[in-house]
Design a protein around this ligand. Sequence first.
Ligand SMILES: CC(C)(COP(=O)(O)OP(=O)(O)OC[C@H]1O[C@@H](n2cnc3c(N)ncnc32)[C@H](O)[C@@H]1OP(=O)(O)O)[C@@H](O)C(=O)NCCC(=O)NCCS
Length: 261
Amino acid sequence: MPSETPHVASSALTPYHVATLSERPDLLNLHQETGGSAWPEFMLHDPVAVANWGKMMSYFAGDQLSLLVGDKIAAVVNMVPLKVDADFGKLPDTGVDWGVEKSVSDHEAGIRPNALMGLQVVVAKEFRGKKFSGIATREVIAHARRHKLEFVVLPVRPNEKHLYPLIPMADYIHWKNPEGLPFDSWLRVHKRLGGDMISICHKSMIIPGTVGEWGDWTGQSFPGSGRYIVPFALNPIDIDLERDRGLYVEPNVWVVHHVAV
Ligand SMILES: CC(C)(COP(=O)(O)OP(=O)(O)OC[C@H]1O[C@@H](n2cnc3c(N)ncnc32)[C@H](O)[C@@H]1OP(=O)(O)O)[C@@H](O)C(=O)NCCC(=O)NCCS
């Protein structure tokens, strides 16, 4: 559905407009570069996401948003439609990987979606700190409403958790700031917009690699087997030299927004 209506980012007073990749296929490369540039290399090697990315961009081009300020991309939003059980307690432990596969298989089986799953919101570096994360999240909810989808479900990656890799997610998500809101800024954005924190999806992304690949992805040496802290990973990674294997299991947090359709 066209959404090339001008919007005003009121809190930032930065006028922007929204274009989907169906409306602006010419933006595909810049859109993907902006999205990918926010992540450490290892996050780009989740086999499930890699195997399905092309299909998602093709099947769901109309659900990939670029927030444009002039001709610059200020933020990108990637999301996929899927059918979820309204008993959110059943949202699986396998978060992102589950949603990626389900969106593709639902589409191929002709199953009507009732939800949008958010995969990522990335604010381009030069536009950070201007409240675009909340603006982008509002656009996700508005997009769901336009498409008559009742729920927005997100396996949220709390964006400061990487600074506390030894703290269990179950403790971290309950940390509060002095105002009594979530300590984590990304969880705070969702809370302010009415999102409900449902559960932790402990195995949201599973990223295996050889020890050599982990060395290439991180620039670190892994001289012995054991658990290692790696910058920007939310938990330590496991290295097994005998099996020549490194494994990162990323935990996320299911957050649900109910959409008034
Ligand atoms: C997370 C991200 C989307 C935030 O976007 P942003 O536009 O810079 O943030 P905003 O200006 O909207 O601020 C949102 C909140 O985060 C806080 N914040 C922003 N950057 C922060 C930082 N580096 N450290 C701590 N808090 C931060 C702000 O203070 C604000 O909280 P408040 O309103 O309670 O004061 C952006 O940093 C980003 O794209 N990061 C990389 C990708 C990512 O982690 N995406 C989220 C998971 S998919």
